[in-house]
Ligand binder design. Structure first.
Ligand SMILES: *Cc1c(COP(=O)(O)O)cnc(C)c1O
Length: 376
């Protein structure tokens, strides 16, 4: 049996898929028939340094020959070095990091931390926000179709319109532990926060003693042209969560919390998180991103100009084009046929989240194919 048949028989059918990718290099991937694609999905904003980036692959191999795993009962090679680097780039004063194995798990950490340090129980989140599939992160995720079948969920969460500060003011009370938000709605189709929104959230959180949690799982690690989206604004969160682009495809997430907000002994833990190999991969990834970060605005502008006739929403290398559900699927299929991978995010939006190392020529190629697919 081939792997598609095996998948249909032995794997839980939670994903709709029909393409098998077997190789990746830079911004390109190849399927099992040898067809080459320009990858504007990049694992959904994961393969930030491109596929199999040499520096990252070498760091992984080097560490794999030294030590693959050691329990967090011991100091872990590369872990503290990565924590230092992340805290410094976050700009969070007196911050400390804690590692996880995914974005949802990073948000779990943020939820636990907010609850234990505030002594409060509830959260406020926004309509169309996505924070993960584990039970607590799902409780803060809006999409009824994926959340409601699992209710009742904890913690209690109130969902309000994204961008509505008046509603936020009313929703946050003295039992609200935290307000969690994405600076750009990712799964909902690349919708950037309205001007002044994060600053407004910051102010309300300060007034009411709730923590501001920025979910930068998708927007972080340079995706929007700064290390973190909030650095485009005048607000800094109490806790930031990150994952997708952090380790070039190895499973990793992290939270950073400000001074005075930290887990104490035994309050949180993980067997695998922050292991030697993922931390080595993340350190190498950060080096690569540091090199390309200054070029992100120009690359974003190139996409914006190239796709201007379709009114794209461009936030660094996170790009959304509204087409409607049906058209979106058609255009994605057409792009694939013509050798470019794009993703259909929520509400009928094409989402482009290419590797941050994408070249001008590759951007032009993506623009040409996507434009042709939309026009046909
Ligand atoms: C993808 C995503 C998550 C969940 O990350 P996983 O690694 O899939 O658990 C959480 N928040 C946001 C904003 C995301 O885009």
């Amino acid at each position: 049996m081939n792997s598609k048949e095996l998948d249909s028989l032995y794997y839980m059918q939670a994903f709709g898929r029909d393409l098998k990718i077997v190789k990746g290099q830079g911004c390109y991937v190849w399927d099992d028939s040898g067809k080459k694609y320009l990858d504007c999905v990049a694992g959904i904003a994961v393969c930030s340094t491109g596929h199999c980036n040499t520096a990252v692959t070498e760091a992984i191999c080097r560490q794999a020959k030294e030590l693959i795993h050691i329990s967090n009962l011991f100091y872990v090679p590369n872990q503290a070095e990565l924590a230092e680097k992340l805290v410094k780039i976050s700009g969070i004063e007196g911050g400390r990091a804690f590692f996880s194995n995914s974005g949802a798990e990073a948000n779990e950490g943020a939820i636990k931390l907010a609850r234990i340090r505030t002594g409060r129980k509830k959260f406020v989140a926004f309509k169309d926000c996505f924070h993960g599939r584990t039970c607590a992160s799902l409780a803060l995720t809006y999409k009824p179709a994926i959340r409601e079948p699992f209710e009742p969920l904890e913690p209690k969460c109130t969902f309000i319109e994204y961008g509505d500060l008046d509603a936020l003011e009313k929703a946050v009370d003295d039992d609200t532990a935290g307000v969690i938000l994405e600076g750009v709605l990712g799964e909902a189709g690349v919708v950037p926060a309205p001007e002044g929104f994060l600053e407004g959230v910051r102010k309300i959180c300060d007034e009411k003693g709730a923590l501001m949690i920025c979910d930068e799982v998708q927007t972080g690690m340079g995706r929007t042209g700064k290390w973190f989206y909030y650095q485009n604004t005048g607000a800094t969160p109490d806790i930031v969560s990150m994952a997708k682009g952090i380790a070039s495809g190895l499973p990793m997430g992290a939270i950073i919390a400000r001074e005075g907000l930290s887990f104490n002994r035994s309050e949180h833990g993980s067997t695998f998180a922050g292991g030697p190999i993922v931390c080595a991969a993340a350190l190498a990834t950060l080096d690569v991103i540091e090199g390309v970060l200054p070029s992100i605005p120009e690359k974003a502008e190139r996409f914006r100009k190239g796709l201007a006739e379709f009114n794209p929403r461009v936030c660094g290398l996170m790009i959304g084009i509204t087409l409607g559900e049906e058209r979106c699927a058609e255009v994605a299929a057409k792009c694939r046929e013509m050798g470019v991978l794009v993703n259909c995010a929520g509400h009928g939006n094409i989402r482009l989240v290419p590797p941050l190392v994408i070249s001008d020529d590759e951007i032009d190629e993506a623009v040409r194919v996507i434009s042709e697919a939309i026009k046909n």
